[in-house]
Design a protein around this ligand. Structure first.
Ligand SMILES: Nc1ncnc2c1ncn2[C@@H]1O[C@H](COP(=O)(O)OP(=O)(O)OP(=O)(O)O)[C@@H](O)[C@H]1O
Length: 607
């Protein structure tokens, strides 16, 4: 499988994040062009008032010989000033309008890109194999989908604009300088190479530091998410202090990684300021000297001194923006690494010929997890359509693993799993999983009403259908006894149901889909005798009209199964009806004796 290494370690993942972004968001290119145009116009309008100031000084000093007099053909100083003031107002209006447009476009773009990446990354993660998720902490994925995506948005929101603005300022101011005095141009631009080279060196050093920062941020999210998931266990073992310590350790790592980056990034601005100071002082002195010697107009001198300011000061912001840029690129690498993750399992395109019967066959199946040993070693098993078969065996025998293969949460290392005679690898996800109603060992209910949870697999079900399914699963009675009946909120945070109740809701949820094949990984060991009897009754009812494959822990629940498969050592050790297996006196008979013996003892104890 493609590994999630880029998420787990400090590897950069995608090598060219900006190129990836540009290619990935083709549809936003016109918007990028419009935003760039608005920023360019805005920068031009931003630089012009300084020029106009010089023109005004020139009007006052030189009167009818001024630049404005020649340009507008107006003699009077005040008239000239009026025209300059008017032009200035227009320029400011353009500046304000383009500032608004640029802000709207860049920030809108940032939101759009953020939104798309969040949804796409989530959608891709959801497509990945179950085994991929088992190998990756959910908190780490969460940190990419939320933190990293936000980090990129922060840069796009302001950073891109600042970089463009700085670039155009250098170009426009450079043009003004070049048109007036080459000596002054050289002096004013003297600090620019220092700043550019400094920025490149600084960026290169920061890149790995920020990659490490993002990886450590992932560690923190992963640890906290895992701990919150196991909060009751932490409390039960009074391990709070230990867990706080664990969070403190990963948070230390995050803080230290950030501090290392901050040490570099903070050194940058003072460096730039020194370079700026050199440029500014030189222009001030040399320009003044040229004016004193009559080789430069006062107006131009004023313009150039202001322009030097205008040129160099924005470059101080560059440090902060490049910092933001590096952080965003480290995040973008992680986002694209996750977007590029592909699971091993690709769905087929096949569909089952109706009517789907739900027969299952496993042929010579060998299976194990990741690089681990075989859990199933050459398993052959057939469940003909319409029958109910049970799988039993000691704990860890591979019963749940077998069901996992039927649902294609994993693929076998060898052999085939067939549904209605078709290899499950040839079927599309809908064709395969749409034919199956699955009840897992640990039932997951979503945060929402009981009704929403029941209708999860069939959202268009009517209230009558929902209630009928609940009745079949023996869940209707306790649901109506809940405070708001079917509208009671349960699930993730509202864990208001007992284990047995959750189990029955899960069963009703599976029944409501009316699947051809019912796959049950029952956890009857977790329920009381009354619930067990209820489940047994509902099982009998719902399996009457469909194929069923049931993993059973309590053998009494599957006594009436058409066939019982006993797994041992990754193979089928015995198979037959309950009576046949008891008669044979093998593994099953032993298990049965233990369970009925236990029951007898418990019964005796109760008396
Ligand atoms: N996600 C997993 N990753 C790695 N190994 C696993 C995973 N799930 C199960 N195993 C291993 O596979 C073996 C079979 O597990 P499985 O859950 O299929 O057994 P089971 O018969 O259903 O057990 P139980 O009756 O306790 O539910 C066990 O040794 C277990 O450690």
């Amino acid at each position: 499988m493609t590994s999630s290494a880029a998420l787990r370690h400090d590897e950069p993942g995608a090598a060219r994040p900006l190129r990836d972004l540009w290619r990935h968001h083709r549809r936003y290119r016109p918007r990028v062009v419009a935003a760039t145009a608005a920023t360019t116009l805005n920068t031009a309008a931003d630089v012009l008032p300084e020029l106009l100031l010089g023109v005004a000084v020139d009007v006052v000093v030189r009167g009818s010989d001024s630049f404005a007099a020649t340009l507008f053909g107006v003699e009077g100083r005040f008239e000239q000033l009026l025209i300059v003031a008017l032009v200035n107002v227009v320029v400011w209006m353009i500046e304000s309008a383009t500032d608004y447009a640029a802000s709207l476009l860049w920030r809108g773009l940032a939101q759009a890109v953020e939104h798309d990446l969040r949804v796409e990354t989530y959608a891709n993660v959801q497509e990945l194999d179950v085994s991929w998720h088992e190998g990756s902490a959910p908190g780490r994925v969460l940190s990419v989908v939320s933190d990293d995506v936000n980090q990129l948005e922060r840069f796009l929101d302001t950073g891109a604009r600042v970089i463009l603005h700085t670039f155009w300022t250098v170009v426009f101011v450079g043009a003004v300088f070049a048109a007036t005095s080459w000596t002054m141009t050289l002096l004013a631009f003297l600090p620019v190479p220092v700043i550019v080279v400094g920025s490149i060196v600084f960026q290169r050093r920061l890149e790995p530091l920020y990659t490490a920062v993002r990886a450590r941020a992932g560690d923190v999210s992963a640890t906290i998410a895992t701990n919150l998931g196991g909060l009751t266990t932490i409390k039960a073992f009074t391990a709070e202090a230990r867990e706080v310590e664990r969070v403190r350790e990963v948070s230390d790592g995050y803080r230290d990684a950030n501090l290392r980056a901050i040490r570099y990034s903070s050194a940058f601005v003072p460096l730039i300021r020194m370079a700026i100071l050199a440029g500014f002082t030189s222009t001030l002195l040399l320009g003044g000297w040229l004016v004193i010697n009559g080789r430069l107009e006062v107006g131009l001198y004023t313009v150039l001194v202001f322009m030097t300011q205008r040129l160099l000061w924005p470059l101080t912001d560059l440090g902060e923006t490049l910092d933001l840029y590096q952080r965003a690129m480290a995040s973008t690498r992680r986002i694209f690494a996750l977007l590029r993750e592909r699971g091993d399992q690709q769905p087929g395109t096949g569909v089952l010929a109706p009517p789907v019967r739900g027969s299952v066959e496993l042929r010579g199946v060998r299976f194990g997890y990741a690089d681990g040993p075989d859990v199933l070693r050459g398993l052959d098993l057939v469940v003909p359509a319409g029958q109910t078969h049970a799988v039993v065996g000691s704990t860890g025998a591979g019963k749940s693993s077998l069901l996992r293969l039927v649902l294609r949460f994993s693929d076998p290392r060898e052999g085939q799993v067939l549904l209605d005679g078709t290899d499950v690898r040839e079927l599309g996800w809908d064709a395969l999983r749409g034919a199956i109603g699955y009840v897992s060992q640990d039932v997951f209910l979503f945060h929402g009403t009981v009704r929403d949870n029941l209708a999860y697999g069939r959202v268009d079900a009517t209230d009558e259908q929902v209630q009928e399914a609940a009745r079949q699963a023996e869940a209707h009675a306790f649901i109506t006894a809940l405070p708001q009946g079917y509208d009671t909120v349960v699930g993730e945070r509202g864990q208001t149901l007992s284990g047995g109740q959750r189990q029955r809701i899960a069963l009703a949820r599976a029944i409501l889909r009316d699947p051809a094949l019912l796959v049950l990984d029952e956890a009857t060991s977790a329920v009381d005798t009354e619930t067990e009897a209820a489940i047994q009754r509902s099982l009998a009812a719902v399996t009457a009209s469909r194929t069923a494959l049931v993993v059973a822990h309590r053998l009494s629940t599957v006594r009436d199964a058409d066939r019982i498969w006993v797994l041992a050592d990754g193979r089928v050790a015995e198979a037959g009806s309950h009576d046949e297996l008891v008669e044979a006196g093998g593994i099953y008979a032993g298990l049965w004796a233990v369970q009925t013996g236990e029951a007898a003892e418990m019964g005796a104890g109760a008396r």
